[in-house]
Design a protein around this ligand. Structure first.
Ligand code: BMP
Length: 216
């Protein structure tokens, strides 16, 4: 199946989505898709995904974040939250709430855009240690940060956006320690999203073979 997560920020037809799900088993959705057409979420549930990740980058007090998550429990396997909001009164209770409902939690540790300040990483790491989520979001455009987070959190899942349009090369994030690369526009804006997804997966596979091979 490859190590890809589809960031679906625009609607694709159900048939295209269904075809894509044969090659990509995890999907990330967020505000753009939900606000474009809330009823599109029903299409997501018509397909058997390994994981549906809700990327709302939750960053609020505990009660508000839990209210938001409660509306989406029927659709979601996991949620992404910001780590900078801290533990007490925020991520502590969100984390317990999601555990109770058997949902996973990812915390953002380093974003892919230029303006993100990795100088705060030591604070975010402290929060991450306390919250002990299932995984982290670390930008694929930040290979050093992927290596740092992998070194600091050996058993956590790292999901990595920024591949393609934002400039990171396919496969590099995995070679640096990420588990999955998140790809949006390169696939959903392609003329033929399915062919493009297959092409990206092939490149990813080749790159992984190259770098993991050279590790042995
Ligand atoms: P694209 O491949 O089209 O650049 O999409 C990347 C996806 O990952 C978008 O949904 C974006 O919101 C998300 N993302 C990101 O690009 N950088 C981050 O640091 C964190 C993200 O969630």
């Amino acid at each position: 199946m490859g190590n890809l997560i589809l960031a679906l920020d625009k609607q694709l037809s159900l048939s295209t989505l269904s075809e894509l799900s044969k090659y990509i088993s995890k999907i990330k959705i967020g505000y753009p898709l939900i606000l474009e057409n809330p009823s599109y979420l029903d299409n997501i549930t018509k397909i058997q995904w390994d994981e549906v990740i809700f990327d709302l980058k939750l960053a609020d007090i505990d009660n508000t974040m839990m209210l938001i998550a409660s509306k989406l429990l029927n659709y979601a396997d996991s949620f992404i939250a910001h780590s900078f909001i801290g533990v007490e009164g925020a991520l502590d209770n969100l984390s317990s709430y999601l555990k109770k409902h058997e949902k996973s939690l990812y915390l953002v540790l380093s974003m892919s855009h230029k303006g993100w300040n990795d100088g705060f990483y030591s604070y975010l790491k402290e929060v991450a240690i306390k919250v002990n989520p299932d995984g982290f979001v670390v930008g694929a455009t930040k290979p050093n940060m992927i290596r740092t987070v992998r070194n600091d959190f050996k058993d956590k899942v790292i999901i990595s956006p920024g591949v393609g349009v934002q400039g990171a090369n396919i496969g590099d994030a995995i070679c640096n320690g990420a588990d999955y690369e998140i790809v949006g526009r390169s696939i959903y804006e392609a003329k033929d999203p399915v062919t493009e997804a297959k092409r990206i997966l092939e490149i990813q596979e080749g790159r992984i073979r190259e770098c993991k091979g050279s590790e042995n």
